[in-house]
Design a protein around this ligand. Structure first.
Ligand code: FE2
Length: 624
């Protein structure tokens, strides 16, 4: 048996992943355990959980692998600061102590931290490090880790690979090819030109948090007009035919400092950045739309180029920008790839999974039995297959639906509920779906905690809040009573895979909520002339379809398709709701409140339930 622990840490969203004999056994982000959103510290709790999943101890591991090369990153920082000296000097001084203290001493640090998984305190762990562990410590390359996370778990035997994010060591995006167990990187775009950092610059400028507010910018875009596209193209950057960028760095300050954009950027776009939490105006909506238009253009060019250059018919993607599901939807529709697969933990957390699989397949040379080759997967995404009339082809990547985190047993849950003297009713597994479906149909909002926790930023029916999408009031109610967040953002639907084409302009698997498509024309409602005159956020309250709670102002929806083999209980609940109401769709939003990580344990779920105005809490088969 060969066990490999992959680790990503110290930048954004730390995570650990355990791979045993090539199988992804467990993966989780550190934030879920420490309750610190996007926690970037060493993923001690996540590593401890991963080891527990196979009853391993840190000293029984064969390999520990870190997802990038700290020394290369250090080189990049040093060179960049020297290039831009003296303007970058203050941020150089600020980041230096951390680099000297932690990041450059990575091997010792990793050994010391992993010693703590056995419960040792700092001193004892420090004494042990290096003496006890037999495992080999390896370091990957940032974009190779992303590429590995995109290709190895995918269903494809061979595919083009595209990674796009902010920045790793030097690369900001890369194009490669995966074949069998080999990955070859063909081309990369290098810092400081970066689509991820460009999007982040506009995220900062429109008053949202860099590295987490990008989703809000994407949600805001449909309200705006692409007014700023000409000026962006004229002054800020050049988009080449292969999708690579040449940015004008006179307007950006991320190379030198702690801010993304500078005074010249503000003068060019006519004002200072919006202050976080202040009112959102039409201007921010227009800026959001403009940068989204640019991003889609770049991603379409990059993927078309990858199609041409690699000669591959399938595409795999990872990196933070691959979470831009509006752009992904367009890639699926407009680029001639037959199929695309996107790593659900596309951001840096997924690097832990990528490097662990890269050690197994590339370093150890172990073969990869892709589902496509073994015949357990066939292309299920083309329009000729309507799931209702014919059985669906199997869809088998090796991500296990991304349900790779902790599960809590019925026993643990009942013990918890009893210890807190919380009233609950336990149902049989058979009766539970109909009970939950009835509650949903009567307008109740339900916190759902069942099965293993999801790996990656989306809740997929393991730690979700669900409700009825047909209700015109539901969107506002959920935002105000549960999520406490900006009301412009739409909710996402979970729909039975078999019936997705009846409700949306999509007949493909989208198990990880990474594709956006329109609500089916037959489900839309005509808009009155008065409703047409509304603008900005008022547009949101217009009922546009039979499922208004998940229909965005441009009729789009961020879809999760659910298959019974991936998540039987969730599928059964949606099916029961469909039987009762004729609508096999539920609203699915992550089980958390604004600013907090998604819940992990029954206790987290209960605490979140109590803090909000949710109606019911379902902990496995116990309903409270
Ligand atoms: Fe990255």
């Amino acid at each position: 048996m060969v066990s490999i622990l992959g680790i990503s840490a110290f930048y954004h969203d730390s995570a650990a992943c355990l791979v045993v004999d090539g199988e992804i056994v467990a993966a989780a982000q550190e934030e879920r355990f420490t309750r610190v959103k996007h926690d970037h510290s060493f993923p001690l709790h996540a590593a401890r959980y991963c080891l527990r999943e196979r009853a391993l101890t840190a000293d029984s591991l064969d390999y520990v692998a870190f997802y990038d090369k700290p020394l290369l990153k250090f080189d990049r920082l040093l060179e960049t600061y020297l290039d831009y000296a003296p303007s970058g000097f203050s941020s150089f001084l600020k980041s230096m102590p951390l680099w000297m203290k932690e990041k450059l001493w990575m091997p010792d640090l990793i050994r010391t931290e992993l010693a703590k998984t056995a419960g040792d305190d700092d001193d004892r762990a420090a004494k042990k490090q290096g003496k006890k562990f037999q495992w080999k410590l390896l370091f990957g390359d940032h974009h190779e880790s992303h590429a590995a996370s995109a290709f190895y778990p995918s269903p494809f035997e061979e595919a083009a690979i595209l990674t796009i994010d902010g920045v790793g060591e030097w690369a900001t995006s890369s194009i490669g090819v995966g074949k069998g167990n080999e990955i070859t990187l063909l081309k990369e775009l290098r810092f400081p030109d970066s689509l991820g950092l460009l999007y982040s610059a506009f995220t900062y400028y429109t008053g949202f948090k860099v590295n987490s507010g990008e989703y809000k910018v994407m949600g805001l875009a449909p309200y705006g007009e692409p007014k700023y596209v000409p000026i962006i193209k004229d002054k800020l950057l050049e988009i080449r035919d292969d999708g690579s960028l040449k940015m004008n760095h006179e307007f950006f300050s991320y190379s030198q400092g702690l801010r993304m954009t500078n005074g010249a950027f503000a003068r060019l776009l006519g004002g200072a950045p919006r202050k976080p939490e202040s009112r959102i105006t039409q201007r921010e909506m227009d800026l959001a739309r403009s940068i989204q238009v640019i991003t889609e253009e770049v991603m379409l060019k990059m993927t078309k180029y990858a199609y041409k250059e690699t000669g591959m018919t399938k595409l795999c993607m990872a990196g933070g920008v691959a979470l831009n599901c509006v752009a992904n939807g367009r890639v699926l529709r407009e680029v001639p790839f037959e199929d695309i697969w996107i790593q659900p933990a596309a951001g840096d957390a997924g690097g832990a999974l990528g490097i662990a699989l890269a050690i197994w397949h590339r370093y150890l040379g172990k073969p990869r039995l892709s589902p496509e080759k073994t015949g357990t997967w066939q292309r299920g995404s083309t329009s000729q297959n309507n799931g209702r009339s014919s059985p669906l082809p199997a869809y088998a990547d090796s991500m296990k639906g991304s349900y790779l985190g902790p599960k809590h047993t019925e026993g643990e849950i009942e013990e918890f509920l009893k210890s807190r003297q919380l009233p609950y009713k336990k149902y049989s597994r058979e009766e539970l779906p109909a009970v939950i479906a009835s509650l949903l149909a009567s307008g109740k909002i339900i916190g759902l905690h069942q099965g293993r926790m999801e790996f990656g930023p989306r809740a997929l029916g393991g730690r979700s809040i669900i409700c009825d999408p047909r209700s015109p009031q539901m969107q506002a109610a959920m935002n105000l009573k549960i999520k406490y967040r900006e009301s412009f953002r739409p909710f996402a639907p979970s729909v039975l895979r078999e019936q997705v084409a009846d409700w949306f302009e999509l007949n493909a698997d989208s198990p990880y909520m990474l594709l956006v498509a329109d609500v089916a024309a037959s489900r839309r409602r005509n808009i009155t002339p008065e409703e047409k005159t509304l603008w900005g956020i008022d547009k949101l309250n217009v009922q546009r379809s039979e499922i208004p709670a998940v229909t965005h102002v441009d009729y789009s929806a961020r879809i999760q398709t659910v298959r019974r083999e991936e998540n039987p209980l969730y599928w059964d609940i949606i099916e029961a709701f469909g039987k009762k109401t004729g609508c096999p769709v539920v609203v699915n939003t992550s089980f958390n409140v604004r600013g907090e990580p998604i819940v992990c344990t029954p206790e987290d779920s209960y605490r979140c339930f109590m803090r909000t105005e949710m109606d019911f809490l379902m902990l496995e088969t116990c309903v409270s």
